[in-house]
Design a protein around this ligand. Sequence first.
Ligand SMILES: N[C@@H](CCC(=O)N[C@@H](CS)C(=O)NCC(=O)O)C(=O)O
Length: 217
Amino acid sequence: MTITITAFERSPDGGRGLARDTRVRWALEEAGQPYEVRLLSFTAMKEPAHLALQPFGQIPTYEEGALALFETGAIILHIAERHASLLPGDAGSRARAIAWMFAALNTVEPPILEREAGGYTDRGKVWYEERRAMLEDRIRVRLGQLSARLGDADWLEAGFSAGDLLMVSVLLRLKASGLLDACPNLAAYVARGEARPAYKRAFAAQLAVNAGRPPAG
Ligand SMILES: N[C@@H](CCC(=O)N[C@@H](CS)C(=O)NCC(=O)O)C(=O)O
């Protein structure tokens, strides 16, 4: 069955891999699943045809026959449940890998996203610097906790899983900020994720869409 995902026609990041189709592409590459991509303009994302698939008018979506999914966590869980390379077979290990998927999206990502979004929307406000410092403190706390848990292990549990895929995807947003520098084991963890051939293919595929096009803005 053909799998089709949606992605930005022109990504605001110009192809740095931060748009969330990259994590879905990565999961599909880890799973060895071919896929097609439907590119959308910002206008098309808010039109009824796309809203029927994604109620919030966002990318990515995932279509496979009669199944249409939105939310990257749900999409990656769906892919991972069908591929041993992304979730272990043993029930307990599987549940723990899924816990890390939720931790990435619910516990680690929120302050990272708020900091990033504030950089677009709040610059120039009198409270901007104070709020940014507060958000960076919150991020540092989470990074410290995650770093302590990871220790010198390669991955969060016994082997690479969809939990690592999402956690690395979330941490990649911090690469340019310097915030990862205080936790060398996390910086190395992110580098290990980026070094995976499946990630490289996913990154290259989204970059190819954006190469030569100015970022949407
Ligand atoms: N929680 C959603 C977030 C999706 C999301 O924020 N997508 C961004 C691109 S990375 C988007 O479509 N932004 C445009 C918009 O919200 O209008 C998910 O994980 O799928």
